[in-house]
Design a binder for this molecule. Structure first.
Ligand code: NAP
Length: 238
């Protein structure tokens, strides 16, 4: 039986990914802050899940909780980091920027680092992080979010290159959604919105193929290229 952990499994695409993994025979560790949502998910298939709620802002407990999950699962083949924080912040309230940085940068890199070293030691493993097309440019409405997603994209690429250089059998996948129909999407004008169930399906198939980069939808690959090369004048007004 394969073992996976999904961080950010209480809602959105993380929850759907946990369900798909469980349906496909994985033993799944699920975590987030909202314990009642995790328990609700676990109740659907009690043998499939191990529930371990914790807050990524409490950085001193993250690695202990992950170690506990691995012990309770009896190993780890796949870590998916779906948890993320976004908030519009044109007033540049630093408390908001700080929390986004803590969840999307500090906690994210701690968990990637932990997984990479565990996989290095055991000689196999798959790390996947959900980043965003937003990470390709800075955006005036939420500067920290886009910058944090840029960090995630580059951190995952760095780890993949390190695994390649050291010839380690570790797969590192960067999942890049455009928009998904979740709590996080908010009410801004968006297009090509993917339902989380469909996004999870696309992601699961691509993870099985050990794809390094997954766009959701695939058409975002081309849009992302254009977005990255848009003149500053356009981005300033977006
Ligand atoms: N929705 C989109 O359009 C979109 C587009 C591109 C990228 N993404 C990325 O996709 C990922 C998944 O987001 P989603 O769309 O599925 O949104 P979501 O439903 O809001 O999921 C976010 C998850 O992160 C968890 N989380 C947030 N803060 C946390 C904290 N301090 N400690 C522990 N867990 C925390 C939440 O759980 P609790 O609240 O229970 O803690 C929840 O499970 C995110 O990384 C996001 O940046 C989303």
């Amino acid at each position: 039986m394969k073992k996976a952990i999904v961080v950010g499994a209480s809602s959105g695409v993380g929850r759907e990914l946990a369900k798909i993994l469980a349906r496909n025979g994985y033993h799944v560790g699920i975590t987030a802050r909202r314990e009642y949502l995790l328990q609700e998910l676990a109740a659907e298939k009690p043998d499939a899940y191990v529930v371990k709620p914790f807050d990524l802002l409490e950085t001193d407990i993250i690695l202990t909780k992950l170690d506990e999950l691995v012990d309770e699962l009896g190993g780890l083949d796949l870590l998916i980091i779906s948890a993320g924080l976004i908030k519009l912040n044109t007033d540049l309230d630093y408390n908001i920027e700080y929390k986004i940085n803590m969840v999307n940068v500090t906690a994210f890199s701690m968990m990637c680092n932990w997984a990479f070293n565990l996989f290095r030691k055991q000689g196999y493993g798959h790390l996947a992080g959900i980043t965003s097309v937003a990470g390709l440019r800075g955006w005036r409405n939420n500067p920290a979010y886009n910058a944090s997603k840029a960090f995630q994209i580059n951190y995952l690429e760095g780890l993949r290159n390190l695994a390649h250089y050291l010839k380690l059998p570790i797969t590192v996948t960067n999942i890049i959604p455009g928009y998904m129909e979740t709590d996080m999407k908010g009410k801004t004008l968006v297009f090509w919105v993917c339902p989380p169930e469909k996004a999870a399906c696309i992601i699961f198939k691509a993870l099985n193929k050990k794809q390094k980069i997954i766009y959701v939808y695939r058409r975002w690959r081309f849009t992302a290229f254009l977005y990255k090369h848009l003149p500053n004048k356009v981005i300033e007004c977006a």
